[in-house]
Design a protein around this ligand. Structure first.
Ligand code: ADP
Ligand code: MG
Length: 253
């Protein structure tokens, strides 16, 4: 079984601490949602797990199956089984999705091993059927002129082909319209299972009506201040975040 362990994590941007002592464990087979008001550091967490250079880890660790990923390059993290949804390249004119995905799958094979084209297309088509994606979609150039929904479809298909152990998805800033929301949630629901752990970061409770999480965490001011099951997401929808802040304020310092 795979695990993603975030342990006492502290992250700064420049001199400014953004994440302050955050701990969280995601096991394969589980879907965790992190919610929280704007500016609490949710995207920062996703970017640190992805290895974004702007963020400095000043304490703690992020471990995949017991090994720290913090010193690993992005491709090493991917090879170890980590998938980061927002890492998707913006636009690659002239490169079809089919060829792009093939290169991504090839890059994860051990040195010297070649993809078998027949097996690759068989697997690609099986995943496209699973995700209800039309065949002609993969002949389009990566993200060129794509709608928000098509970008998400491309991202989910990439995730399906890479078969990660852990997927970290930041759906906060992407301005998910109804179409994109449905594609992400149907995709995650089709791919979720015992071999996959998901850390779904979102600002919208709405997404969690479609992807029912096993655990919900509230992030506030750089740390997780409350964890629960899916009912916590409903509480947040009806009551907002203020009650969480009030509860925190009432705690002894
Ligand atoms: P969230 O995703 O929860 O809305 P972010 O992680 O995007 O929050 O941001 C947390 C805080 O860090 C915010 O105050 C934001 O302005 C700041 N921040 C995020 N990224 C950068 C950056 N690259 N440079 C400077 N400040 C940043
Ligand atoms: Mg964000």
């Amino acid at each position: 079984m795979a695990s993603l362990v975030i342990h006492d994590l502290h992250v700064s941007i420049g001199d400014r601490p953004i994440i302050k002592n955050l701990s969280l464990t995601v096991n394969s087979g589980e879907v965790h949602a992190i919610m929280g008001p704007n500016g609490t550091g949710k995207s920062t967490l996703a970017k640190v797990i992805a290895g974004h250079p702007d963020y400095t880890v000043t304490g703690g660790d992020v471990l995949l199956d017991g090994r720290s990923v913090l010193e690993q390059e992005a491709d090493e993290r991917a090879r170890a089984g980590l998938f980061l949804a927002f890492q998707y390249p913006s636009e690659i004119p002239g490169v079809s999705i089919a060829n792009f995905l093939r290169a991504a799958v090839q890059a994860r094979l051990p040195e010297g091993e070649e993809i078998d084209a027949t097996a690759y297309y068989k697997r690609l088509y099986a995943k496209m059927d699973l995700l209800k994606i039309e065949r002609k979609f993969t002949s389009r150039a990566v993200n060129e002129g794509f709608s928000g929904g098509e970008k998400k479809r491309c991202e989910i298909l990439q995730m399906a082909m890479l078969e990660p152990k852990m997927a970290v998805m930041d759906e906060t800033d992407s301005g998910l319209d109804i179409d994109a929301l449905r594609i992400v949630s149907d995709g995650v629901n089709a791919l979720r299972g015992p071999g996959l752990g998901v850390l779904m970061i979102t600002h919208y409770q709405r997404l969690l009506n479609h992807i029912v999480p096993d655990f919900v965490h509230v992030m506030y001011d750089g740390r997780i201040v409350k964890s629960g099951d899916k009912s916590l997401a409903l509480d947040l929808e009806s009551r907002g975040y203020d009650w969480v802040k009030q509860e925190l304020a009432a705690l002894p310092a």
